[in-house]
Design a protein around this ligand. Structure first.
Ligand code: FPP
Length: 254
């Protein structure tokens, strides 16, 4: 992975533009990809992990600094037990097989989501992935596991309530920053671009707070088919957007 030039522009020509610093991905469509081929859903998820490896490599090469992937949502526990087991096993395999290579490539792993309630070995693997890559700086891979945006905001609200009850925080001082500081990874920048595959156009409880001003790109392909060309296409769509953050922007007559 050539991650030696973080923040490098996608187009090196005269009109070179900076890539989005933080790309977040809803990796959707593994099941449909498998069903279309008469394969078990587990095979769709397994091929989804291969697509994830491609995405990590492409993110580094394209100059993206943070890549967040929605690997297991708070709601995914409601899937049949064997599918939940398949997803847990894929995470185990991913960390065991890929951690050394990620470490070598300069990738820092962060994990967001609720740790309580996870199988003990999974919690330990996530902890190991974070601690052994802590010094890396080329690309930060944020794995959203047992993650829900509403749950994250509710946890921040609980932390605020505790601080107010203990007299450490004035209710009048509860502002946007006070909430943001109590999210799972408050030091990460907000995502600039959220990509969702599979053609579905919804947020599904992903980074609800952080994507307030993200641009969304919905791709018609299923996640196992996601490749570098698809990533580049999404970045091109992003570059064509005019971000206004609630202001009037720079468009003539805007
Ligand atoms: C959505 O596809 C995908 C998921 C619920 C899990 C995403 C997981 C991976 C890409 C592989 C696991 C990676 C790690 C690191 C554990 P879906 O099953 O909802 O597809 P469908 O909507 O077509 O049924």
């Amino acid at each position: 992975m050539s991650t030696d030039a973080p923040g490098r522009a996608v187009d090196q020509g005269a009109g070179a533009v900076q890539p989005p610093a933080h790309v977040a991905v809803i990796m959707d469509g593994n099941g449909r990809w498998a069903a279309q081929r008469g394969l078990p859903r587990a095979e769709g998820h397994r091929r989804g992990v291969e697509a994830l490896r491609r995405a990590i490599r492409a993110a580094g090469d394209l100059g993206v600094r943070y890549l967040t992937v929605y690997s297991f949502s708070s709601e995914n526990w409601s899937r049949p037990q064997d599918e939940v087991s398949d997803l847990m096993n894929l995470l185990r395999l991913f960390v065991r097989r890929d951690l050394a290579e990620l470490r070598k490539a300069g990738v820092r792993v962060r994990v967001i989501g609720e740790r309580a309630g996870l199988p003990a070995d999974i919690a330990a693997l996530l902890e190991e992935a974070e601690s052994t890559t802590r010094a890396n700086t080329a690309l930060t891979l944020v794995v959203a596991f047992n993650y829900g945006g509403r749950q994250e905001i509710a946890a921040a609200a609980r932390a605020i309530a505790r601080d107010v009850a203990a007299g450490r925080l004035d209710p009048e001082a509860v502002d946007v920053e006070a909430v943001a500081r109590r999210l799972h990874a408050p030091d990460l920048p907000d995502p600039d671009l959220v990509i969702r595959t599979s053609g579905e156009q919804r947020i599904s409880n992903f980074l609800l707070w952080q994507s307030a001003y993200a641009e969304y790109v919905f791709l018609p392909i299923h996640w196992p088919d996601f490749d570098r060309a698809a990533f580049e296409g999404a970045l091109e769509s992003f570059q064509a957007r005019q971000r206004r953050f609630g202001g009037r922007g720079e468009r003539a007559g805007a």
